[in-house]
Design a protein around this ligand. Sequence first.
Ligand SMILES: [Zn+2]
Ligand SMILES: [Zn+2]
Length: 140
Amino acid sequence: MPATFSLQRLLRRQGMRSTDQRHAIIDALRRIGPASPSDIHQELLTSRHYLSPVTVYRNLAAFFDAGLIHKHPSDGRYFLCSAIGIRGPHELLQCTRCGRVQEVRSNNWKDLPKRIERGYGFRISSCVIATFGVCDECEI
Ligand SMILES: [Zn+2]
Ligand SMILES: [Zn+2]
């Protein structure tokens, strides 16, 4: 993600207000993600952001719905999307040996959202495809 990445602009584009709380949560995820909501809450307290667990949880849910963060396919911990703002499906590859999840960008699934919207009359807010297998480093 480029350093100039504007969270403010992205939040606005998703119809979300850009608040200090939201910035603090995203920053915490940047530092410690993948993390559970309670890990994130703890991290915020450590950095002197006194948000309630409910506030943290609600914001995480909103970020998730907007596609700004992803959930680890196995343990449900949240991590920051590494392709925020990029349209189309986001593709996660999870290694079943080391547990590492990497986000890749490809055109493999480019037409999928369109096909789903047409086929099922389903309006997509975000689309994430998780693929499981063995990563480069584990396959020796
Ligand atoms: Zn993503
Ligand atoms: Zn691996």
